[in-house]
Write a protein that binds this ligand. Structure first.
Ligand code: GCU
Length: 702
């Protein structure tokens, strides 16, 4: 049934374990839930629906309290909650909740309560998650609040419904039929986000179209905002820097020009008159051809602060992206083209792309206004299967930094490869910047605790489209889920998240859960092995970023060329970023440099990120670099076969449809892992001139 995928992790099928079912049935017999807002209405319906599906109990809300009664609400909506909060001195803040067993007048009750309405909705979803994952309900006292305030999905959706780097169909925003037609999917989308605590959505692509800021589109944006509001989901837009010229009829977009500043101020006034809780803007400026303040001789801070001033009176925020690598490279390119008319290939850019965001932004530390966040991608290059954390996270104490992860798998096999990204996210969040001594992990930078910043945020580039199952690959849903869960609480482990997701999405069967979660937890490392082992990166086909193309040297820009990144030659492989190379390592704190600056002691996961090592370099395993490369590519391929075997073994536990989808996708993944291995080994062999060790499968020319 197609709906198996559509329901995501919000399936409320009857609990299978008979003993447990009975316990739930007798523990959840009544409901006291007075609702006084749209949000509480939604929470109540969800709770009734969930309990009915999971236990068969149909709860009818009643006035009084009986034994085994759920009491839900806020101190304002329920006297019982009010007393409970007073007695326990509880305050769950703007979004937090408490789930607790308790006692009212000698009756056994269960509270799902919060200071604010939205907290009750989050609490309801958390409670249903307990049931969905078959947890005990005895002696509960769970208090939870998000560690990061703004937990946002970035849609890279265009107004014509194409999605940049989207692999799950067309955009779910049907601009043509908005505002009058409200697709049920918008409501289901808001509900899914609320279920994992996502509270913001940027509707449009960072490569922005100014037209979304015209009245015609703002009416449509408002319609979505109205749908999302009761689910706690705020709407944001991308702002194209040149909008005052493109749609405002001005001659300039100079951020210091009074006319321009006024145009943005009026634009914000207009937006807020329609959408009073509009979140703010996400801006990509002076990056990959997008206009920005530098086009007018101004800085990124000048640009960001202009938006900040226009938004501040309304409480809006600016998310200014740090994904830039333009200036010097472009100049080098022009110089090269000048001296090389009719020549071939591209120059090797003078400045390491790795260093550029830091070079541009670190000097601006402290220059941004209070409602600005600098949005930094997890790594210094671009969402590779593995990157060291961006050095900016340890370099801008006076600036509110937010994280940008990518859920859509642009460089991770896109819509066809099974890759659970939580381990990737965790690796970055847990990385130590040493910015204020040991323990200054990236997570503490972005949750504001390291420097006591008041405004915090995290973004995930959405992997959602209008495919029936939302994300194309059924396991893509797990990345949406994992993002939400980690944005709420970055201390959750990948294993816990995988376990929750699998139980909710498929089955609580022990064998199923064990097999599937171990497959998920291994999947990212498996992809790294067959795609970019040992610190290789950015060797995907240029433009589309699908499949191997390490040989490309004419992609249009030096730093789009795979050869720029791997630097294979007759001596060895890898990018020397140490002091006698590009010295990108100097952008990290000394303690971090020490981890990576010596090829003998550098974690081999990052080896080729920082070192150009000889083909016969001795690895910790005793293998040469070349042998290690052969080994890694092969183990990656073998591991995909392992995933296939594991998946085949769980067939009895789940529905035919999703079983088959994943099975077929794993066949593609296996073929492509082999494609990666063969292409990369054959290509790198032209430099190493070494044989592939006999125990590995020989790469095939096709
Ligand atoms: C990547 C991606 C682009 C995207 C860009 C960005 O380079 O390939 O499609 O626009 O990131 O994040 O701005």
């Amino acid at each position: 049934k197609a709906e198996d995928g559509y329901r995501l992790w919000l399936r409320y099928d009857k609990v299978q374990d008979a003993a447990l079912l009975q316990r739930y049935q007798s523990a959840l017999t009544a409901l006291s839930f007075y609702t006084s807002s749209a949000t509480l209405d939604i929470a109540k319906k969800e709770l009734i629906k969930g309990i009915s599906g999971l236990t068969g109990n149909r709860l009818r809300p009643r006035e009084g309290v009986t034994n085994n009664c759920i009491i839900a609400g806020t101190p304002a909506s329920s006297v019982f909650v009010k007393k409970f909060f007073q007695k326990n001195k509880l305050n769950t803040g703007n979004e937090g909740y408490v789930i607790s067993t308790g006692n009212v007048g000698g009756k056994k009750v269960l509270f799902i309560a919060a200071t604010k309405d939205i907290g009750v909705l989050y609490g309801v979803f958390a409670f249903l998650r307990l049931l969905q994952t078959n947890q005990p309900l005895e002696n509960l006292f769970m208090v939870s609040a998000p560690k990061i305030q703004n937990r946002i999905l970035d849609h890279w959706d265009n107004l014509n419904r194409t999605v940049e780097r989207g692999y799950a169909g067309a955009s779910i925003w049907n601009w043509h039929t908005l505002p009058d037609y409200i697709d049920q999917r918008y409501i289901d989308y808001a509900r899914a986000n609320a279920s994992v605590g996502i509270n913001g959505t940027v509707l449009t692509n960072v490569n922005a179209n100014a037209r979304v800021l015209t009245k015609t589109y703002l009416i449509k944006v408002k319609a979505l905002a109205d749908v999302f509001r009761p689910y706690g989901l705020k709407v944001y837009l991308t702002a194209k820097f040149s909008a005052p010229v493109e749609i405002g009829g001005l001659k300039t977009a100079d951020p210091l020009d009074p006319g321009v500043r006024n145009w943005w101020k009026e634009k914000c006034d207009e937006i807020y008159s329609m959408i009073p809780d509009f979140g703010g803007f996400l801006v990509k400026a002076n990056s990959e051809g997008q206009p920005g303040p530098q086009s007018y001789g101004r800085t990124h801070a000048d640009g960001a602060n202009m938006f900040a001033d226009a938004l501040a009176p309304h409480g809006g925020i600016v998310m200014w992206r740090a994904f830039v690598y333009d200036l010097r490279v472009q100049k080098e390119q022009e110089r090269f083209e000048e001296g090389n008319k009719g020549g071939h290939g591209n120059p090797i850019a003078a400045e390491d792309r790795f260093k550029q965001a830091y070079n541009e932004f670190a000097p601006l530390d402290g220059k941004f206004k209070k409602n600005v966040l600098l949005q930094v991608k997890n790594g210094p290059i671009d969402f590779q299967p593995r990157e060291p954390f961006s050095p900016l996270f340890g370099a801008m104490p006076e600036t509110q930094l937010m994280m940008e992860f990518q859920l859509t798998q642009e460089y991770l096999g896109q819509g066809t490869h099974l890759v659970f990204e939580a381990p990737l996210f965790k690796e970055v969040l847990d990385a130590d910047t040493y910015a204020r001594g040991m323990g200054s992990v990236v997570a503490k930078v972005i949750d504001g605790s390291l420097y006591h910043h008041p405004l915090t945020a995290i973004a995930g580039v959405a992997n959602i489209g209008n495919d029936i199952n939302w994300t194309g690959h059924p396991f893509g849903q797990a990345n949406w889920y994992a993002f939400g869960r980690l944005a709420w609480d970055h201390e959750l482990s990948s294993a816990r998240i995988a376990n929750e997701w699998v139980r909710q999405t498929f089955s609580n069967n022990r064998d199923f859960v064990t097999t599937t979660t171990s497959m998920m937890l291994a999947s990212r490392e498996i992809l790294v092995d067959y795609m970019t082992p040992l610190g290789l990166n950015h060797i995907m086909g240029t433009g589309h970023h699908y499949g191997p193309a390490p040989w490309v040297d004419n992609a249009g820009r030096a730093d789009w060329n795979p050869v720029y990144y791997h630097r294979a030659d007759s001596e060895g492989l890898g990018f020397n970023r140490t002091a006698n190379g590009s010295n990108a390592l100097a952008q990290y704190r000394p303690e971090v440099q020490k981890q990576w600056d010596n090829s003998r002691t550098c974690d081999e996961k990052y080896l080729l990120w920082f070192h150009h090592v000889p083909w016969n370099f001795k690895m910790h395993s005793g293998r040469s670099l070349w042998e290690a490369l052969c080994y890694k590519y092969n183990i990656g391929c073998d591991s995909v076969k392992w995933m296939q075997r594991e998946w085949n073994a769980v067939k009895p536990f789940i529905d035919e449809e999703r079983f088959k989808q994943v099975q077929q996708l794993l066949v593609i993944q296996e073929k492509e892992a082999v494609w990666w291995r063969d292409a990369c080994l054959l290509y790198f062999q032209t430099f190493s001139k070494m044989p592939v060790p006999a125990q590995y499968e020989k790469p095939q020319h096709t």
